[in-house]
Design a protein around this ligand. Structure first.
Ligand code: SF4
Ligand code: SF4
Length: 443
């Protein structure tokens, strides 16, 4: 099997041992769910329920507002007790539909007959994916139906399935591939039909030998394995970033400011193809997902299935809590994830994991000036000069900043990770992007 990779990148400690190989457990249905209207890139969904209304499990509670938006469904049966602001990973104040559990679980208790999807028209398949509110589950949360509808002038020849899971600590995609290989392959075939392509490539980092073996066994050695190729990738961060994955698997460079469709590719995470299959075959809306809960201070780290809208505090109560007060809580992976300041924040569609760190693991030292060591430059997978960008932002040199192409940054955090001066380089880059955006807005 070939081992492919990309230029730059880093090898942070994997730390997957905490939850790696642990089979999925279910987190109980919480008493109250806090379901944000904004769980995706684009405009928030518009509520279609009112306070006091009873809802069923899987019922539409907010509909997509425009093209780049996504439907939101109730993750529990119950009563809407409010539609109000609540902290989420996206903002300290996000409009949420708050539902208290009551009534019967009509959707999850029913095993819907699976229909023959091969006879469905592509348009019908796309509208089921849209209706189900599917978004990219790798973390980006871009509405999937939009990604699967490239314009006619952007023909696609390859579906790339992202099973890299290059972020340290996270093991949820690894366990999905090990636990549901047949479902994932069926989800890939369905997605290929929606896109109208004959070729798919699954990219998995070589540190997941069990997932590679299980999927390869499911693919077999027949017609299917000729259309769906499995490629082991170097274990290197950020191998799962779209542009790096496309470079490693197809040898194609996505142009500056471009999208995968510019090089005839569409990338979907393994969790997303799993959800696509459920939307097509079972007409199941996206109201629950698999996540990793991990970190050195978690008493029972593992891989869990959780209803969307479940608060972190409810998850901790169920899995036995922490061994000490957390110094840092992150939603997502430690490199690209978002630090949280409240345990009342709920799980959303883009939550791949929740990580907890104690005092020992968190640095609070002030950062120092750049010493021009060049480490950030050598690891940057986008070929940027992160040191110069950070200095340009610090000194307010906007013209110089623009020339350094900060919008090519994929926010992988590799530069920040290697910097001996502990400079928050990716934070500076984000600031620089915001500054340039507001400068062009006032022109
Ligand atoms: S500049 Fe951006 S792309 Fe380059 S290493 Fe830093 S965060 Fe990653
Ligand atoms: S790694 Fe840090 S100190 Fe070294 S060049 Fe980059 S910003 Fe400067």
């Amino acid at each position: 099997m070939l081992l492919r990779g990309f230029k730059g990148g880093i090898h942070p400690p994997e730390n997957k041992k905490f939850s790696g190989g642990k089979e999925f457990s279910y987190i109980s249905v919480p008493h109250t769910c806090f379901i944000p209207l904004q769980q995706h890139l684009g405009k928030p969904a518009k509520p279609v329920v009112e306070e006091g209304q009873s809802v069923e499990e899987g019922q539409l509670i907010a509909e997509a507002d425009g093209v780049i938006s996504a439907n939101v469904h109730s993750s529990i049966p119950g009563k809407v007790v409010g539609i109000r602001l609540h902290p989420t990973v996206y903002s300290p104040q996000t409009q949420c539909v708050i539902i208290e559990t009551e009534g019967a679980f009509s959707t999850s208790s029913k095993s819907n007959p699976e229909e023959n999807w091969e006879s469905l028209l592509r348009e019908e398949m796309r509208s089921r994916i849209k209706d189900a509110g599917i978004v990219g589950l790798g973390g980006a949360a871009f509405p999937t139906a939009v990604k699967l509808s490239p314009p006619p002038n952007k023909p696609i020849d390859t579906l790339i399935v992202n099973g890299a899971e290059c972020e340290p600590y996270l093991t949820v995609d690894d366990m999905l591939m090990r636990s549901f290989p047949g479902e994932i392959i069926e989800g890939i075939r369905i997605t290929m039909k929606v896109l109208g392509v004959d070729k798919a490539i699954i990219g998995i980092e070589k540190n997941k030998p069990e997932a590679i073996r299980t999927l390869q066994k499911s693919l077999g050695k027949n017609e299917l394995s000729r259309k769906i190729e499995l490629v082991a990738l170097k274990t290197k961060y950020p191998q799962g970033a779209e542009k790096q994955l496309i470079k490693a698997l197809l040898g194609r460079e996505v142009p500056t400011g471009g999208l995968p469709m510019d090089v005839k590719a569409v990338v979907q995470n393994v969790g997303t193809v799993f959800a696509i299959r459920e939307a097509i075959l079972l007409k199941k809306p996206l109201y629950e997902r698999y996540i990793t809960v991990s970190g050195p201070i978690v008493k029972k780290p593992g891989n869990y299935k959780v209803r969307l809208g479940t608060r972190i505090s409810d998850i901790l109560d169920e899995i036995g809590g922490l061994t000490e007060e957390p110094a840092k809580v992150i939603m997502g992976g430690p490199m690209c994830g978002i630090a949280l300041d409240s345990l009342e924040i709920p799980v959303v569609k883009g939550t791949s994991g929740i990580l907890f760190f104690g005092k020992k693991e968190v640095y609070n030292d002030a950062y120092l000036p750049c010493i021009r060591c060049g480490r950030c430059v050598s690891v940057c997978p986008a070929g940027l000069l992160p040191c110069d960008i950070s200095v340009a932002v610090e000194r307010g040199m906007n013209d110089a900043l623009e020339a350094l192409k900060p919008f090519d940054c994929i926010m992988c955090g590799s530069c920040t990770y290697v910097c001996p001066s502990r400079r928050p380089i990716s934070h500076f880059i984000k600031l620089g992007q915001q500054r340039l955006k507001s400068k062009s807005a006032v022109k």
